[in-house]
Design a protein around this ligand. Structure first.
Ligand code: HSE
Length: 418
């Protein structure tokens, strides 16, 4: 018995992802999904699809009663939000890959889904080909998800890999990422960490029921990483990766941030190279699980859109279980982190704020230290990314209060003071 819904799609955007989806759908006839119209911004460009498929008038799609699914894969988050809101309000299901739009408008999108009962799916918006949202939503019960750490931006991972392994210059590696279609049209979104932090906001919603604005998360990108930091990493047999992470602390609250980090060679994330993404989840009883796949690019992203389309045939919706069916977790900034800091001049570093300084290195050019500092001395402060200062987290960077007390006692004992 055929119970699947026929999907008639109105597609917004025919860039890297939109065109990828068009091609992928041609190869998957069993899905019973067809694109009726594509809305584009500029009609002049030559495209590999019949001209009559395209329009520049969004109303032609949004007012067409036969179109029951909107796929929205455009760049600008303002227009994307308008399209998605109008579609949901008129009872159409929506599949989106616009991570920036979702991060910026999450509370409104949650409200719209409640009011309209229409489905909004966005698996492609984070980690592209890795099914991370539905996994977090469906598989991990609230109490069992101890921590999640991930590489969620393919471009920065690609650039770091090329710099570390092929000794490419930063600009050269970035250009390559742009040519391959991984980077955002404004690549500062990748490099300065916005893209990763945007993805992290809604992954935190599916993981822990946390609804937070990107600007309230502590994040940075890879633009402050200094050539000397890569050398130190190599000496210590580490990689540097931009890591998004969240960990449930002993008090039940969640520590979360997106920062560059030293990665041990035996860490699962060390295996994640180029434009690949990776997610390591630690959960009760299961221990560690590692998800790996392409996090950017035309077909890998289209594959996630395709999977959402397939889910729509069965009327699938996100339930936001951790938000609505459990007590949502709260974010906390009451913990410590062990950091590596490199800098030109010690006067820019608030050394009195460090609970302990475990390593110190100085030469004529550049200095660095490794020490433990309260997260509140980072959150809301800018000293750690100004005046040529570079902050990289150490492996297992989160330290809870009890451990710091032990740490202090130990250093005092060592100094013969107690
Ligand atoms: N610019 C993004 C990245 C594309 O590099 O991960 C995929 O979201």
């Amino acid at each position: 018995m055929e119970t699947h819904k026929q999907l008639t799609i109105g597609l917004f955007g025919f860039g890297v992802v939109g065109e990828g989806l068009y091609k992928v759908l041609q190869q998957t006839p069993s899905l019973k999904a067809s694109i009726k119209k594509v809305c584009i911004k500029h009609s002049g460009k030559k495209r590999e699809a019949p001209a009559e498929l395209f329009t520049t008038d969004r109303d032609i799609i949004l007012n067409d009663p036969e179109i029951n699914v909107i796929v929205e894969v455009i760049n600008e988050s303002g227009p994307a939000f308008e399209i998605v809101s109008r579609a949901l309000k008129s009872g159409k299901s929506v599949v989106s890959a616009s991570k920036k739009m979702i991060a910026e408008h999450l509370p409104e999108l949650l409200q719209l889904q409640k009011e309209t009962s229409a489905s909004l799916l966005y698996e492609a918006a984070a980690c592209a080909s890795i099914p991370v949202i539905r996994n977090l939503e469906e598989y991990y019960d609230n109490d069992l998800l101890h921590s999640i750490k991930a590489i969620v931006n393919g471009s920065t991972n690609f650039i770091l890999t090329k710099m570390f392994e092929e000794k490419l210059e930063f600009q050269e590696a970035l250009l390559l990422a742009q040519q391959l279609g991984f980077a955002e049209s404004d690549p500062s979104l990748d490099i300065e960490g916005y893209d990763a932090a945007n993805k992290w906001t809604f992954l935190l919603t599916h993981a822990y029921g946390i609804v937070e604005k990107t600007e309230n998360l502590v994040f940075s990108g890879i633009d402050h990483i200094h050539a000397g930091d890569a050398e130190v990493a190599r000496e210590k047999h580490y990689d540097i990766k931009l890591v998004a992470q969240a960990k449930k602390l002993a008090n039940g609250k969640v520590a979360a941030f997106v920062l560059p980090q030293f990665i041990r060679q035996d860490d699962h994330l060390a295996f994640v190279k180029n434009e690949f993404n990776g997610v390591v989840i630690e959960s009760g009883f299961a221990d560690k699980q590692f998800f790996y796949g392409k996090g950017a690019g035309s077909f890998p992203t289209a594959s996630a859109v395709l999977s959402d389309l397939s889910a729509l045939r069965y009327e699938y919706k996100y339930e936001y279980k951790k938000l609505y069916h459990h007590t949502p977790h709260e974010l906390t900034d009451d913990f410590y982190v062990r950091v590596y800091l490199s800098f030109d001049d010690l006067k820019y570093i608030p050394k009195e704020k460090f609970q302990s300084i475990e390593e110190w290195h100085a030469d004529n050019e550049r200095k660095y230290l490794i020490g433990v500092i309260h997260f509140r001395d980072i959150k809301g402060h800018t000293w750690w990314r100004e005046n040529g200062t570079s902050l990289v987290l150490t492996p297992d960077p989160i330290i809870e209060d009890m451990e710091v007390r032990k740490l202090k006692k130990k250093s005092l004992e060592l100094a013969g003071l107690i």
